[in-house]
Design a protein around this ligand. Structure first.
Ligand code: F6R
Length: 241
């Protein structure tokens, strides 16, 4: 694991965006794995800036997102599909048909999970995957459990995650209880991984994930076994390392 500590969120975003820009420069049709939530916002803003200045060209890139809520229309303002459209896809020159998320509205969830996993494989696998981390150590929506999920699957969200994400909804009752998520196995197959973590409130889980034992009760700890992970921390998240 390469660990870098940046002064603030903006610097983290620039650092992560540089790695994605370099990936696209090396391989124009790179397959990029993206995340949602507050963590990647600065990275997406920095990528949009680079694209606007002509420093990076997304026209041949393909993307797969980590997850999507179940039962949510892609146009809903809290869907991850909408989040990506608003924060990245509408701001860079990527053809919309090159951008995939799991379909949380599919009739048959198992079939959708299989389709998504197969689509990633058919694209040649993910070259570079962006990750954030939950307070409970989840990556994607792989919640703490007794095992590491291998493939894209349907997840029942934990109370910790519902508590953390309900802020985006008008009421806690509106927050979906299930999501489709790439599995830990899907994430570990990405050739490169960029994990961004900021904030004092993530200092404990950062230390557990990076320095603690590898265990499915801290799903992000598995990243210690991946051969190419760059962890980009701010000073507050790094405080307990
Ligand atoms: C989002 C995702 C989640 C988030 C995590 C952190 O696609 O997969 O694992 O990365 O919940 O969320 P924020 O960045 O909002 O703290």
């Amino acid at each position: 694991m390469r660990i870098m500590v940046c002064r603030d969120k903006a610097a983290q975003g620039e650092a992560a965006a540089s790695l994605f820009a370099a990936q696209i420069l090396r391989k124009a049709d790179s397959v990029l794995g993206f995340a949602t939530g507050s963590t990647p916002l600065m990275t997406y803003a920095a990528l949009a800036g680079l694209c606007e200045r002509g420093a990076v060209d997304f026209s041949k890139a393909r993307t797969f997102n980590l997850d999507e809520y179940v039962g949510m229309d892609p146009s809903h303002e809290q869907s991850y599909s909408r989040f990506m459209a608003d924060n990245l896809f509408s701001k860079v020159n990527i053809p919309r048909e090159n951008c995939q998320l799991p379909n949380g509205n599919a009739k048959d969830m198992d079939a959708e999970c299989g389709r998504y996993e197969a689509a990633i494989e058919a694209a040649g696998g993910i070259d570079l995957q962006l990750l954030g981390i939950g307070h409970n150590g989840h990556i994607g929506f792989n919640e703490p459990s007794g095992h590491f999920a291998r493939k894209t699957h349907c997840v029942t969200l934990t109370e910790t995650t519902i508590e953390a994400n309900k802020r985006f909804f008008a009421s806690a009752g509106e927050m979906p209880r299930r999501a489709l998520s790439m599995g830990i196995g899907t994430i570990m197959k990405a050739r490169g991984i960029v994990l961004v973590i900021h904030g004092e409130d993530k200092a404990d889980i950062t230390a557990k994930a990076i320095r603690g034992p590898v265990t499915p009760s801290v799903p992000a700890s598995i990243l210690q076994f991946h051969p190419d992970v760059t962890v980009i921390l701010d000073e507050t998240a790094a405080a307990k390392l």
